[in-house]
Design a protein around this ligand. Structure first.
Ligand code: IVH
Length: 684
């Protein structure tokens, strides 16, 4: 391989500097300047150069946030300086007493003492160590003396600089702060978890802690975590700063987020006023805080005050009144989400929690009801925090009335009456009336019309909403009875776009069996599974009539998918809708049941990263059609790994194990070669 010339070296340095700057503006300053497209283009260019000259890759390159392979566990890390906790105070009087204590000890006038006041962030405390400006270690607080080394996970946070920004790089810097998850990210994460039936987090702090303790950094990288510094624990050489607030500003210049809420205030009264102001803002911050940390700002005075036991004398935490209240569960109702997940919601005796009236709280799912042991009529503790949906956190069983009733999960959907399905081991119960259920109508139609399903050009989300809201379309079959005249009466739909859509619907009628099965939106039946079902049974009738055991015999179909498909086809409404679709003229040529040559029989392949020319599901279906098994993880048995864009730990693992790795262009060439040989084989 050729050596990089000086032009390439310059270009790599330039790209890194610009990408670092762009990340800093986006994630730290919340003030992006570069467009997403430009950012992507530059990152792509840097990756290309680094792929051509791997010797140029440095650990602090913006391409290297997710680099490490999954860990077996976390090493113990001893903190050079213990990570202490804070004493709590709960009232204005306590704050005055703290200021008084400090002033007396220092023998100065209380009103002239200046305090740095900051939100007490409710997340996970971590410590980051930089040597010569480069991040070398990150650890949790642990017991204060020893924590867990989670460097690879912390590296995936865009708000943790991999190298410091300033030219006057200190030899050593240890910064401590809190890793938090914003409410928006937390709700989205739980929503995704509910859909996938994975673990639901009780609150953003648990979600942050759970995300940081992932053994695979690739998982942490997908979690919306932020690092907020609150203390500079070590700095060598000392820059002569005199105040904590100055150090916090310095951290901002070095590439960390700085707290917009931090204020330096003189005397206890101003501090108390800050506490009230922050508490009033608490619900609008978008992240959880549980109080105010009040610190003596002057570092010299901090040193003079020192520590008692495990807490500093120079700081306290003022804790806000709890966002918890007790009330009574009057009833439990069941909501059906847009993808059919059924969520129990407790209807509460209305109660004011930190100034907001709460009359509903989520109970998440049946497991949560069981865990809490809650019954209708029970007295419960509820908690609300910011814009997070209020939750039931505890049941006071001593107060249970005699007429308390157990919560019964519905066996049929409260919206459409289709059977409710809850598979063994799954937390979520779901409505199985996918094609018909009004609660799921919009999602079902969006999926039905999507590119990889019936590919109805021009039928976007907005239009689907209008059609559903006017009650013109209840099931996908109704789409085929729309007329151009009718469509033209919709806002922003001229004659031209109406007739175009009608034409697109006409075209979409001719499809394939596998697309049709995929379009039905059966849970867990993706493109690859739909293709396998089509190939195996050859006809829709065959798939619809198959018993669970017959479904399980299909390549890549396990008991869960088989159960979903079986239940789906047993719902009268789903069958009616399928009939209506066929009546409306949806057709395909019956799929060939493949018995031809299978060149990849016996091989296990793995796909990772993003493929440009197809989805991973499509790649998987094509490999399976050639006889390969497609697995989610690399092992010694892996025949080949296809590494798309931004491949992470699977790629490094394959390289370590000596598994063959191919890129997308090579993959395409091989696929075509094999697919051609298969069709030729069938013809001959
Ligand atoms: S200063 C020597 N500032 O509160 C004490 N801590 O109860 C250094 N915390 O473990 C802590 N926000 O996880 C400080 N602005 C803030 C904070 C903060 C949250 C947490 C931190 C610490 C705990 C102490």
């Amino acid at each position: 391989m050729s050596q990089p010339d000086s032009k390439t070296l310059d270009e790599v340095a330039q790209l890194r500097a610009e990408l670092d700057e762009a990340n800093y503006r986006y994630y730290v300053l919340d003030d992006p300047k570069l467009s997403d497209a430009d950012f992507d283009r530059m990152l792509q260019r840097l990756k290309t150069l680094e792929a051509a000259y791997p010797e140029l890759i440095t650990p602090d390159s913006p391409t290297q946030r997710v680099g490490a392979a999954p860990a077996a566990g976390f090493p113990q890390v001893e903190h050079a300086i213990p990570m202490l906790s804070l004493d709590n105070v709960f009232s204005e009087k306590d704050i005055q007493a703290f200021a008084q204590r400090v002033a007396e000890r220092l023998e100065i006038h209380a009103e002239s003492l200046s305090f740095s006041c900051e939100p007490k962030l409710d997340g996970v405390a971590v410590s980051l160590v930089y040597e010569q400006g480069v991040l070398i270690s990150g650890a949790t607080r642990g017991d204060g003396r020893t924590g867990e080394g989670i460097t690879s996970n912390l590296r995936t946070l865009q708000t943790v600089p991999l190298k410091l920004r300033n030219r006057s790089t200190p030899e050593l810097l240890e910064v401590r702060g809190e890793v938090i998850m914003r409410h928006s990210g937390f709700e989205a994460l739980n929503e995704r978890a509910r859909e996938r039936d994975s673990k639901i987090f009780a609150n953003p702090r648990n979600a942050a802690a759970g995300s940081l303790r992932q053994l695979d950094p690739e998982v942490t990288a997908t979690r919306p975590l932020e690092f907020h510094p609150y203390q500079l624990a070590r700095l060598e050489p000392d820059m002569g700063d005199e105040r904590h607030s100055e150090l916090m500003q310095r951290l901002g210049k070095l590439g960390f987020r700085s707290s917009v809420e931090l204020e330096v205030l003189n005397g206890a009264e101003a501090v108390i006023d800050y506490c009230h102001r922050l508490e009033a803002k608490r619900d609008r911050l978008g992240y959880d805080i549980d109080g105010v940390v009040i610190k003596v700002d002057d570092l010299r005075l901090q040193r003079e005050l020192g520590f008692v036991a495990r807490a500093p004398r120079w700081a306290v935490a003022y804790k806000f009144p709890a966002q918890e209240e007790t009330t009574v569960v009057n009833d439990v109702e069941f909501q059906v989400g847009r993808t059919g997940a059924i969520t129990p919601v407790a209807r509460l005796e209305p109660v004011s929690v930190a100034g907001v009236t709460v009359s509903n709280a989520t109970l998440h799912n049946a497991d949560e009801i069981e865990r809490l042991g809650v019954m209708i009529g029970d007295t419960v503790a509820i908690r609300r925090a910011g814009d997070v949906i209020p939750q039931v956190i505890r049941v006071d069983k001593d107060k249970r009335p005699e007429d308390a009733r157990p919560i019964e999960f519905p066996t049929h959907c409260p919206v459409c009456e289709a059977q409710v399905e809850r598979l063994e081991g799954e937390a979520v119960a779901r409505c199985s009336g996918g094609l018909y259920c009004p609660a799921q109508r919009k999602e079902a139609l969006k999926h039905f019309a999507s590119r990889r399903a019936l590919d109805i050009d021009g039928l976007g989300e907005k239009l689907i909403e209008q059609l559903v809201e006017r009650d013109w379309v209840k099931t996908p079959a109704d789409l085929f009875h729309l007329t151009a005249e009718q469509l033209a009466t919709l806002p922003r739909m001229g004659e031209k776009s109406s007739s175009k859509l009608i034409r697109a619907l006409g075209d979409a009628r001719r499809t394939t069996l596998s697309r049709f099965i995929y379009a039905l939106g059966i849970r867990e039946v993706g493109e690859a599974t739909a293709a396998n079902l089509a190939r195996h049974f050859g006809t829709l009738e065959g798939v619809m009539q198959a018993e669970q055991s017959a479904l399980e015999a299909v390549n890549d179909v396990g008991p869960v998918v088989a159960a979903h498909a079986y239940t789906f086809f047993r719902q009268p409404y789903n069958r009616e809708t399928i009939d209506a679709l066929l009546q409306a003229g949806v057709t395909w040529e019956e799929a060939e049941v493949t018995h031809g040559p299978r060149p990849l029989e016996g091989q296990t392949w793995v796909l990772t990263g993003t493929l440009e020319s197809m989805t991973r599901d499509e790649g998987k279906a094509r490999l399976q059609a050639l006889g390969a098994k497609v697995s989610g993880s690399v092992s010694k048995k892996t025949a080949c790994l296809v590494a798309g864009e931004a491949a992470g730990s699977k790629l490094s693992k394959a390289e370590q194990m000596g598994v063959e790795v191919i890129d997308e262009p090579t993959f395409l060439v091989r696929l075509e070669k094999w697919e051609n040989s298969v069709t030729q084989g069938e013809e001959s």
